[in-house]
Design a protein around this ligand. Structure first.
Ligand code: NAD
Length: 352
């Protein structure tokens, strides 16, 4: 056994079916009396249904959460927080809504109860990515980490199949990079392997039957484990590349992660044999990079960054930007290798 450091984030997790019925109890544990409910416009109806469980402790709702947490939206929501003297946040939705709740908690230190409805995993991390003037800036702070997560499998039944697949692979990406992270440790690697296995088993079942409750539960369980991985150890090339591409070209988050991941894994494979062995085992394949590509491609995900909106002739400038901030990666960042990686992802070809 090698030396290691394990840094666990505090947090309470309720997992199951129909768990939103336990929200009043959770609010009471936090002594929340003046709750603000957050959602996207698309999930306003679902959020209102859930808020009904909370009775008079809900004092306001704000349903304008947007992807990439623009600071203007946060400022708008801050006015609601102040106007209603809010004392807790109830966040219902995917990573975009969770991002808004975290941005408010960062500014106010209000406690957060998060009810995730995708597999993004943001609810388990103290990380916030905010967009200001077209630039995404990431920060980490204990105030950002949600106090309570209520996973209700029933709420994920409506997640469209295509987003289930890409959101699931987004979660897998957190676990993959945790396996070869600079701060990798045996506890997080256990979670990573278990998380990848649960999601890889669940996605094909969800693809053929989106109402498969067992598969939905497995995917959500896996997403939580993968989120814990993201929140506990540092990430590497894959997440930095996606951060760069997302910021430069505003590509859709989960879909972009899905198209890039097999190539980032292929790039790092020779430098991380132990991580690759665990990843291949979890995926049930001989070659992890090819296995990830086949999994996503076979479930109908778009594998070409061009199809996701990356402009022609932009690979070179993206590589330059990705290399401009020095960051840790198990294999040195090489211009030729990264150009090849992004060109293949741009065209939607299998990893090499
Ligand atoms: P999302 O939250 O943007 O959701 C996409 C769409 O699906 C939205 O319209 C949403 O309302 C809808 N939706 C969500 N759940 C649904 C359901 N069960 N049924 C029907 N519709 C549903 O997508 P996402 O991929 O979850 O989140 C992406 C965002 O999360 C990005 O901004 C990304 O940066 C952030 N993120 C942050 C972290 C972190 O730790 N800070 C981690 C992962 C992702």
């Amino acid at each position: 056994m090698e030396n290691f450091v394990y840094n666990g984030n505090p947090g309470r997790v309720i997992f199951g079916h129909g768990t939103v019925a336990r929200l009043p109890e959770e609010a009471e544990r936090l002594r929340a009396r003046r709750i603000l409910v957050l959602s996207t416009p698309e999930q306003a109806g679902q959020a209102a249904d859930i808020a009904r469980h909370m009775g008079s402790s809900v004092v306001a709702t704000y349903s304008k959460a947007q992807m990439h947490t623009p600071v203007e939206v946060t400022a708008d929501a801050m006015r609601v927080v102040e106007e209603h003297a809010v004392d807790a946040l109830l966040t219902i939705g995917g990573g975009s809504t969770t991002g808004l709740g975290k941005a408010l908690a960062f500014r106010t230190d209000l406690p957060q109860i998060v009810v995730p409805t995708t597999y993004a995993g943001s609810e388990a991390t103290p990380i916030l990515g905010e967009t200001e003037g077209g630039r995404k800036v990431t920060k980490s702070d204990p105030r950002i980490l949600p106090e309570v997560i209520v996973y209700d499998v029933d709420l994920t039944m409506t997640l469209p199949v295509s987003l289930s697949v890409t959101s699931g692979i987004n979660a897998v990406a957190h676990a993959v990079e945790a396996l070869y992270a600079k701060e990798a440790n045996p506890i997080i690697s256990l979670m990573a392997e278990e998380g990848v296995g649960a999601i890889a088993r669940a996605l094909p079942l969800i693809y053929s039957n989106p109402k498969d409750e067992v598969a939905r539960a497995d995917a959500l369980y896996g997403a939580w484990l993968c989120g814990v991985c993201l929140g506990s150890v540092g990430m590497a090339l894959h997440h930095k590349l996606c951060h760069t591409l997302g910021g430069m070209f505003n590509l859709p988050h989960a879909q972009m992660h899905t198209a890039v991941l097999p190539h980032a894994v292929a790039y790092n494979a020779d430098a991380t044999p132990q991580a690759m062995a665990r990843l291949s085992k979890a995926l049930g394949v001989a070659d992890a990079a090819a296995g990830l590509f086949d999994l996503a491609n076979g479930l109908g995900a778009a594998m070409s960054l061009k199809d996701l909106g990356m402009p022609d002739d932009s690979v070179e400038v993206a590589v330059e930007q990705a290399m401009s901030n020095a960051y840790w990666n198990p294999r040195a960042l090489e211009k030729r290798g990264l150009t090849d990686l992004l060109e293949r992802a741009f065209r939607g070809e299998p990893p090499k």
